[in-house]
Design a protein around this ligand. Structure first.
Ligand SMILES: Cc1ncc(COP(=O)(O)O)c(C=O)c1O
Length: 458
């Protein structure tokens, strides 16, 4: 592991959870009872790493005036994480009433929140406008709704999301600028560009253009091309209107993460360099900028640790049955080709496991055959009571669990490691059986019986 090897003032690369760092955290977590037979799986977030990632984002845009960096709440929808990020000067991008609520609970000022969801109801729109949060309309019909709902003196910055249709990346499900994407107004469809220009001409309060080209799997050049296309459209609209009506561009998030190793690549500096090359005027201060990064800020700053419950053999293959499966590594289990994860092997005391590598499957606890997070992976032989670590899972993994098999949402712990000392803070408690029953309708246990045709409940 090469945690801090390329740290320099110009290109700060945050510390990453190295094997030694993870081992120190695991040992302390075992001592504190945060992992054990009754807590067989948990998520861990490196707050030192999060601080460093945010700093590297700010540094990369350092000289650019008027930038609001928002964090895409979907990447880690946990109030303490959002509050940490608010304290580090971030805003928050939200895409549902639930995420808006979390952002508010975390303390983000409405002026630092951007609402982006593609299916906003009239009530959500009215609520957001009353609060004064910024809002990006997904389509022209949504603009019509805003026409009717916008109160006098509305403080919200209102934008329109466009789809520059520059194409997709390696993961279709994460590519939002394809020809047929469900997001934004399709710019290259016949008449699309003209309709957007007319929408701005009719609404002097419409002052922002938004595009998010895609997330994991989209190369930097593709993202830069989509942003450049959006910038050129803003120039065209302002020229057509004869006034600088568009004052800001929301250029989305989507910087891909290297899930294959420790190295942070591409970096935020690579990103700003690609944007400078694709749209030289973008950073000259005529447009305020909003970014919406999620995965690139959090993924490498978190990991899942899970106990090995059994080790068995089937068809000649060694299989470690662990407590981390589809309930916490959903994308990896359901789309293994697109979301491979690195797995670390540690012993029951949290020390790195040594020994010759043996091909083994790392399976989860869910009751379906495909609940496997790694197949035929070469690792030191795992035994009952050992711990597996799923690296790079700080975003979109334990923070967005799946309730399959009524498995509890695992606890999440934040940590800092200074001077060899690990300190923890709670982020989310493990879900209890009472809570699982409550969210599974326990309160209504008898209600279906009351629908019996003869009215007799039995
Ligand atoms: C509109 C929008 N902005 C930002 C993001 C965050 O993307 P990422 O986590 O890849 O940076 C997403 C992810 O889906 C998104 O849909």
């Amino acid at each position: 592991m090469t945690a801090d090897s390329n740290l320099s003032p110009d290109h700060p690369t945050p510390p990453r959870p190295s094997t030694e760092r993870v081992s120190a955290v695991l040992r302390r977590a075992l001592d504190h009872g945060l992992l054990g037979t009754d807590q067989p799986v948990a998520g861990f977030l490196d707050t030192d790493g999060i601080r460093a990632s945010v700093a590297s984002l700010h540094t990369a845009f350092g000289a650019v005036p008027g930038v609001l960096h928002t964090f895409a709440a979907k990447a880690a929808s946990l109030v303490p994480v959002l509050r940490l990020l608010a304290g580090l000067g971030m805003g928050c991008e939200v895409a549902s009433p639930g995420e808006l609520r979390l952002a508010r609970d975390a303390g983000f000022a409405p002026s630092r929140i951007v609402l982006d969801s593609p299916a906003k109801t009239r009530e959500e729109i009215a609520g957001a406008l009353a609060l004064g949060v910024a809002l990006n309309a997904d389509n022209l019909d949504e603009l019509d709704r805003i026409d009717a709902l916008r109160p006098d003196g509305c403080a919200s910055v209102i934008g329109l999301r466009v789809n520059p249709q520059v194409g997709g990346g390696t993961i279709g499900a994460m590519s939002t600028a394809t020809a047929t994407s469900k997001f934004g107004v399709a710019l290259r469809d016949p008449g699309g560009r003209e309709r957007v220009v007319r929408a701005f001409a009719a609404r002097p309060w419409l002052t922002r253009l938004h595009a998010h080209v895609g997330s994991q799997g989209c190369p930097l050049e593709l993202i830069a091309e989509g942003v450049a296309e959006t910038y050129r459209l803003a120039e065209e609209i302002n020229a057509a209107l004869g006034r600088p009506q568009i004052t800001s561009l929301d250029i989305g998030g989507g910087l891909p993460v290297n899930f294959a190793g420790d190295e942070v690549r591409p970096t935020y500096h690579d990103y700003t360099a690609a944007l400078r090359a694709a749209a030289p005027g973008l950073f000259d201060g005529r447009y305020g900028l909003v970014t919406e990064f999620g995965r690139s800020l959090l993924a490498k700053n978190g990991f899942i640790a899970a106990r090995v419950e059994y080790v068995k053999r089937s068809g000649g293959r060694r299989i470690a049955v662990t407590h981390a499966g589809a309930q916490t590594a959903t994308r990896t289990v359901l789309m293994p080709g697109s979301w491979p994860l690195r797995v670390g092997a540690f012993d029951a005391q949290g020390r790195p496991r040594t020994g010759p590598p043996v091909a083994q499957d790392i399976a989860g606890p869910c009751c379906f055959a495909g609940d496997v997070v790694a197949v035929d992976r070469e690792l030191p032989a795992l035994d009952e009571g050992d711990l597996v670590v799923l690296y790079d899972t700080g975003a979109y993994y334990f923070s967005t669990p799946w309730a399959y098999n009524s498995l509890p949402r695992p606890a999440v712990h934040g940590f800092t490691l200074t001077g060899g000392q690990v300190r923890f803070a709670p982020v989310r408690d493990a879900q209890t059986l009472d809570e699982i029953a409550a969210e599974s309708g326990a309160r209504h246990a008898d209600r279906l019986l009351a629908l019996a045709p003869d009215g007799i409940t039995r």
